[in-house]
Design a protein around this ligand. Structure first.
Ligand code: FAD
Length: 418
């Protein structure tokens, strides 16, 4: 396999791959950088492809709050991103200590403007009473934060990848079936389903929910290469409502709503310019399958229509946000969306410890999209052994997991939702 000098293969054109391609080409304009995906961009198979995504800095973990604040600056100022960012605010209805922990983090970082903890009465009156009938069971206070909002996801993906291509990145539509690893030691390229080989000095897997399968296909008998329990392909459902003019007027200028209270755990975004209202369910599921070698993995099932049970869960979210007032809003355009999730919801941005020149950068764990403007910067740092020690530890391929897996680690099978 021919391996050109200063060459990079980035597999997967979601936010992790696209951002890596852009940051790499900006740093090394003469390098040969290929960005692969199974589809032309923006790839509709990606978790990153969507109507819209929430941009927030509210995090119970300080390091993600700081990173999200760095990303938010870019959302507000970078010409590539700012036209797609809408600062409509966010409204957190949580029956846990989450909102209090977020506020504590802001205080530690010296941020004291734009957010407030509201009593339930105040929450019901906020935004002209749009959340008056929400489910506040067990909720003590609601966090309202104006320094947040959402972005137009498909447009951002398209524009970012186009910017990378305009700067010299080659976008290749190919299904990568295996990595070319010499002597179980160095990765020097990839092979596609039509038998073509693409050599490169460095290979970065940004393959999201497809990561487990790609490594398993590459060398099924080589245990140290495999993903193991580090990440899992997991899915959540979204559904959209096409609003009439009246409803659109009522709901415009309202914030993103994150609803934590079961059974309606999920959220909703404000209407887009096309009068579309999106909801999501925050109770993920996996799809366990048996590989030829007997290994059990969770594998994404793309283009599957949601079952009635999944649609019912989306209706519960809608009800938990708008109550009776939203009863007439009819959900349509459903989607099952697959992401890679880790037990601690930290990303994996790490060299593969058992294979030189192979890097893993993925596992957005249902919250990675907002970091799009800055992900590539950290991924390039990782590849050059310049990552801050704290991040290096948190995002390592090999790290310790203690306690129960986090909320977005799936505890049920797709087949349970019939
Ligand atoms: C419904 C939903 C809503 C979300 N909402 C938010 C939100 O509001 N805010 C937020 O911050 N985060 C959100 N997230 C999380 C965020 O979208 C993901 O964490 C992030 O997009 C993952 O990016 P990625 O690049 O790792 O993977 P992906 O975007 O899935 O991209 C991986 C790409 O790799 C390609 N690929 C895989 N295997 C191969 C192969 N063998 N050959 C070629 N190509 C391959 C796939 O086709 C795909 O395009 C949400 C996730 C979901 C599912």
């Amino acid at each position: 396999m021919h391996v050109p000098r200063d060459s990079y293969n980035i597999i997967g054109a979601g936010v992790f791959g696209a951002s890596t391609a852009l940051h790499l080409i900006r740093k090394y304009p003469r390098a040969r950088i290929r960005l692969f995906d199974r589809q032309p961009f923006p790839s509709t198979l990606a978790a990153s492809w969507d109507l819209n995504k929430v941009i927030r800095t509210d995090y119970a973990e300080l390091r993600y709050m700081e990173l999200a604040m760095e990303a938010l600056k870019a959302w507000k100022s970078d010409p590539l991103f700012k036209e797609f960012y809408h600062e409509d605010g966010i409204f957190w209805i949580s029956d846990t200590d989450l909102t209090g922990r977020i506020v504590e983090n802001y205080k530690r970082l010296g941020v004291d403007e734009g957010y407030a903890l509201l009593s339930i009465d105040e929450a019901k009156r906020a935004y002209k009473g749009v959340f008056e009938d929400a489910d506040y069971t067990g909720v003590m206070e609601v966090l309202a934060n104006k320094n947040s909002g959402w972005a137009e996801a498909e447009e951002v993906m398209e524009k970012t990848i186009q910017a990378a291509v305009d700067s010299g990145v080659e976008y290749v539509v190919a299904d990568i079936v295996s990595l070319h690893i010499v002597d179980r030691s160095v990765c020097c390229g990839v092979r596609s389903s039509n038998g073509r080989c693409y050599g490169a000095e460095h290979t970065v897997l940004c393959t999201g929910a497809g990561t487990t399968k790609l490594l398993a296909n590459t060398a099924p008998e080589w245990d140290e290469l495999q993903v193991g329990n580090r990440l899992l392909a997991a899915a959540i459902c979204t559904g959209q409502v096409k609003l009439n003019a009246d409803d659109n007027r009522q709901l415009s200028n309202t914030p993103v709503c994150c609803q934590d209270v079961l059974p309606g755990r999920g959220g909703g975004l404000p209407p887009t310019s096309n009068q579309e209202l999106k909801f999501w369910v925050d109770i993920p599921f996996r799809n366990t399958v048996k590989l030829d070698d007997g290994r059990m993995i969770s594998s994404p099932k793309y283009k599957q229509q949601p079952s009635q049970a999944m649609k019912d869960e989306l209706d519960s979210v809608k009800f938990a946000i708008y109550g009776e007032k939203g009863r007439h809003l009819t959900l349509e355009s459903y989607r099952i969306c697959w992401d890679a999730v880790t037990p601690d919801e930290d990303f994996i941005i790490s060299p593969h410890p058992h294979c030189k020149e192979l890097f893993i950068a993925t596992a957005g764990s249902f919250h990675g999209w907002k970091f799009m403007p800055i992900l590539g910067k950290y991924i390039v740092k990782m590849m050059e052994s310049e990552l801050e020690p704290e991040l290096e530890k948190a995002w390592a391929w090999d790290r310790e997991y203690t306690g129960e897996p986090a909320d977005m680690w799936p505890r049920r099978e797709m087949g349970d939702l019939v």
